[in-house]
Ligand binder design. Structure first.
Ligand code: ATP
Ligand code: MG
Ligand code: MG
Ligand code: MG
Length: 440
């Protein structure tokens, strides 16, 4: 057996003093003080100190230990000695150290945290970077967030779906797509599951969610855009935009609650203190947002403009200063700047039943009540300069009993990024895809 315990599982509650255990992991550090040698073993859950006293143990074992090479893979069997002064409250007195694989040197990057590496260096040697406790912590929290999301949706009677990522039509225009070759035809990587989740409403699924990749040929290089991102998507029948905003804010609160409960160690490693956002979130109308921006910002915003980065920060800070909360909604956007499927208000069709859910620093989600009336949908597609012929497979679903419905999409990476205060979205993806980066 190469491992009986993770380092973090060795606690007086569950392990006896003197008990024989086996740890497995990487050599974090070897400190050879002559008469005594400390080998720090690191695994996914933490670190443990293996202590070798020259006078007390086999000479061969002692000599082998002091020659161990950093980041090599080992399995150590020995007895536990609880010791307050040791880094994790115990040390392991080894009987056997198996070297399972020797690491080359020098290492492509430092793992001890003593040298701060650039993001690019870290991403180039991601396999080493992932061994750092700070990096692991981000992905453990991301994992917990995704578990919380599934738990929330299952509890609320949603069906999890998987829609195709290789598609024939551009979803919504606007965003640039990645063309691919599909046998002898042109196809694209899907930018959003939008059209398919709406078809599922026509299929009577009522409440669906999907967690999957979206692809966008974003030309610009920002800290919050990826070319391959993970989208959390929701569509609900017999619902309007207010209904799905409520689902969204409750989901956000649920994720924070679960992460606070279950990720204490990871949050501590990252130095992040979370508080559950207060629901319901503040709702500002698009018109109110224009006023806030124009009264506080040099860069003026006109009716029909999307919110720029400066605008996002201005409004976000305004909300934070007045309410102490980071999350809020911007509702009632001009119909012309939202996708064709957003439902216009009957009495003022220049406004749509749409919303963005914002964090103080950036947009997290966009959603709307959708158009479920075939004729209106066709005319909206045309007035956005798109050709309805390309949407036949979609439009057909609206002619034989499509219920009213609403939904939203939220970027998983942006959510994690804002929750943890990460500087760059690339920190929240294992292997980010951006303009320059296609491997690893
Ligand atoms: P932005 O205005 O920030 O470019 P968007 O309005 O183009 O975002 P939507 O089409 O509304 O994005 O997509 C829904 C959500 O998906 C966004 O709110 C965001 O969280 C996420 N998202 C969109 N594009 C990207 C991207 N390139 N990288 C990471 N996440 C993205
Ligand atoms: Mg965009
Ligand atoms: Mg946007
Ligand atoms: Mg948006």
């Amino acid at each position: 057996n190469l491992r009986t315990h993770y380092t973090a599982e060795v606690k007086p509650e569950s392990v006896d003093n003197g008990q024989k255990i086996t740890l497995a992991g990487w050599i974090h550090e070897v400190r050879d003080l002559g008469g005594i040698c400390f080998v720090v073993l690191r695994d996914r859950e933490g670190k443990a100190q293996v202590t070798l006293v020259k006078k007390k143990i086999d000479k061969e074992l002692f000599d082998a230990a002091r020659r161990l090479i950093r980041e090599s893979v080992i399995s150590v069997t020995g007895s536990v000695k609880f010791e307050e002064k040791a880094p994790n409250g115990y040390e392991l007195l080894p009987e056997e150290i198996k070297v399972l694989n020797v690491a080359g040197s020098p290492l492509p990057m430092d793992t001890t945290g003593k040298v701060e590496a650039e993001l690019d260096t870290r991403l180039d040697s991601r396999f080493i970077d992932l061994r750092r406790a700070e990096t692991t912590a981000v992905f453990k929290i991301r994992h917990e967030a995704l578990q919380a999301i599934r738990e929330y949706f299952v509890k609320n009677k949603f069906i999890e779906t998987a829609t195709p990522k290789v598609v024939a039509t551009a979803t919504e225009g606007g965003t640039a797509l990645f063309p691919i070759t599909y046998f002898d035809r042109e196809a694209f990587l899907n930018q959003s599951p939008q059209l398919f989740k709406q078809i599922l409403m026509g299929g009577g699924f009522d409440r669906v969610f999907e967690i999957g990749p979206i692809f966008r040929a974003e030309e610009h290089d920002t800290r919050r855009h990826l070319n391959e991102a993970t989208s959390i998507d929701v569509e609900v029948s017999f619902a309007d935009h207010f209904d799905v905003m409520e689902i969204l804010e409750n989901l956000v609160a649920h994720i924070y609650t679960r992460v606070i409960e279950n990720c204490k160690a990871s949050l501590e490693i990252l130095g992040v203190e979370l508080k559950v956002p207060k629901t319901p979130f503040l709702k500002l109308t698009y018109d109110e947002v224009i006023e806030i921006v124009n009264s506080r910002c040099e860069e003026k915003m006109h009716w029909g403009d999307d919110l720029g980065t400066l605008g996002e920060h201005t409004v976000g800070n305004y909300v934070y200063e007045t309410t102490g909360e980071s999350h809020y909604f911007i509702i009632d956007w001009p119909t012309e700047i939202k996708p064709f499927y957003a439902m216009p208000y009957e009495d003022r069709p220049e406004f749509s039943k749409s919303f963005d859910m914002m964090h103080r620093t950036m947009e997290l989600s966009s959603g709307a009540q959708r158009i479920h009336i075939s004729e209106l949908l066709k005319s909206r597609i045309e007035s956005q300069g798109l050709n309805p012929d390309g949407f036949e497979f979609y439009l057909k679903a609206f002619e034989y009993g499509m219920p009213p419905h609403a939904g939203w999409g939220m970027g998983c990476e942006r959510f994690v990024m804002t929750m943890l205060g990460t500087e760059n979205i690339r920190d929240t993806v294992l292997f980010p895809r951006d303009r320059r980066r296609l491997s690893p």
